[in-house]
Design a protein around this ligand. Sequence first.
Ligand code: NAP
Length: 278
Amino acid sequence: MTDIIDGKKIAADLKESIAQDVAQMDTTPGLAVILVGDDPASHVYVKNKILACEKVGIKSFEARMPKKATQYEIAAEIEAFNDNPNVHGILLQLPVPDHLDSEALVQKIAPHKDVDGLTIANAGKLFLGIEGGLVPCTPQGSLLLIKSVLDNLSGLNAVVIGRSNLFGKPMAQLLLQENCTVTIAHSRTKNLKEICQNADILVAAVGREKMVKGDWIKPGACVIDVGINRMENGKLCGDVDYDAAIEKAQAITPVPGGVGPMTIACLLQNTVKAAKNA
Ligand code: NAP
């Protein structure tokens, strides 16, 4: 029988253990979130992050900046949080309005407070296999989901579809650290179906509704669906054709309720880690 990986439950358990951890700390971990503009989805994401902080005892700091805020003004806000000893984690909610250089802004975040793991220092540590860096939240959460169903990843073929800095590249790196044989696929990849058919672990992070078909799945594979797509009927679905894939996979994440809840839980975990390292 296929194992439906319950991301909600695994994230709830993780948050519970984070809350216990925070309760025993001498310092109160602090997370600062910078939100620029009025994108409704970003406002919802930030609200959820702040609520999640409250529930585990992390203090949140919020900087809401107008849509017309300049690069300089946002950089100044980041630097103020860099200097604030009560703030241990800083997150710039992406995307930011088009006139801003988001990459340059992210690189202003002090690496030890970079809870999204997107600075050159943290990405470099992950690439070099140096411990102690902050790892991007969604790949970190996805790995926890994989490990919830697989004891030993060593030697398994892992295919990651998507090569973004936010997800695909760090996910591939984490799987490599687990001694998987990793293939990174992207929009120019040839024979994607055949490549996927060889995957013991298949991770899809593209953003295309039900792109991965049932006959792309190796029987017994572990399938992690990172994509979030809104269908015509208004409901959410992933990058994997779930109903077909469930017939082939040994384990699979649903959308919603799979990877999504893990992202916030890992953000809280990174904030606590940053506070402990401060
Ligand atoms: P992204 O930056 O747009 O990257 C998408 C990747 O998919 C790119 O590497 C692109 O290849 C590749 N791609 C596009 N079309 C393809 C095709 N036909 N075949 C194979 N590969 C293809 O997106 P992202 O930020 O990584 O996010 C990916 C998805 O995950 C989105 O749906 C996003 O909403 C979701 N997501 C969810 C969470 C969560 O918390 N659950 C977190 C992050 C992201 P090229 O590089 O060649 O263009």
